[in-house]
Design a protein around this ligand. Structure first.
Ligand SMILES: N[C@@H](CCC(=O)N[C@@H](CS)C(=O)NCC(=O)O)C(=O)O
Length: 221
């Protein structure tokens, strides 16, 4: 049985839970991070010296970094379900997951922190505006790819869709200007139709502000 350490309202934890649900792998989860704390305890730091969630344990493997965990699970369980077996599709899954992590993730996080997850007086308005533009720029790149491909790896759903799906769910809940991205929205409809996504990601409501965020964190423990 796999153990996951991490609160359910963390987008990085959600990616791991989504992968586990897609793979139908049994797991247990411990609430760590945010208002639950525990991530600076010595036993947690022994698993992840960065003090961040998610962390997983699978037998003799203990690891951190959400995208690496998703790829590990995809390689370890149910061959071909999340990890493309064909080399060109695998290359695209790897490419888009990396691209999402480097470009989309920091911008969505900056936008989220400065528009939702902080008190209004603590918000950096300029950083939020810059992040809003950066996300829009990136999503147009993704939209152009998805105009020509059903999924990020090509024909089939894969781990290449996981980081973008979880981040897009968060992004679509933020009050901000969004570009026209019809192809990506069509892809996102297909993502939202997946039971695994509904269980791991959509089951956690999106917060409107900091108080709402804290309430949801407790309610979805
Ligand atoms: N690059 C890491 C980032 C992990 C990360 O930033 N985790 C956040 C939650 S999304 C965290 O642990 N924050 C401290 C906390 O929850 O208390 C990953 O992808 O796993």
């Amino acid at each position: 049985m796999i153990t996951v350490w991490g609160r359910r309202n963390s987008v990085n934890v959600q990616k791991v839970l989504w992968a586990l649900e897609e793979l139908d792998v049994p797991y247990t989860r411990e609430n760590v991070g945010g208002s639950f704390g525990g991530n600076q305890d010595a036993d947690f730091l022994a698993m992840n010296p960065m003090g961040l969630v998610p962390v997983i344990r699978d037998g003799d493997v203990t690891m951190f970094e959400s995208n690496a965990i998703v790829r590990y699970l995809a390689a370890r369980f149910r061959a071909g379900v999340l990890r493309p077996s064909e080399h060109k599709s695998l290359a695209m899954a790897e490419q888009w997951m990396e691209w999402t992590q480097v470009n989309v993730s920091p911008a969505v996080t900056a936008l989220f922190i400065n528009r939702v997850r902080s008190l209004p007086e603590a918000r950096d308005v300029a950083a939020a505006a810059a992040a809003e533009n950066k996300v829009a720029e990136c999503l147009l790149v993704a939209d152009a790819w998805i105009a020509r491909n059903d999924w990020f790896a090509g024909h089939d759903f894969s781990f290449g869709d996981i980081a973008m799906g979880a981040l897009l769910w968060r992004y679509m809940g933020i009050d901000c200007a969004r570009p026209q991205m019809p192809h990506l929205m069509e892809w996102f409809e297909a993502v939202q139709a997946r039971e695994a996504f509904r269980r791991a990601v959509m089951a956690v409501p999106r917060a409107k502000d900091l108080a709402d965020w804290k309430r949801i964190e407790k309610e979805t423990a």
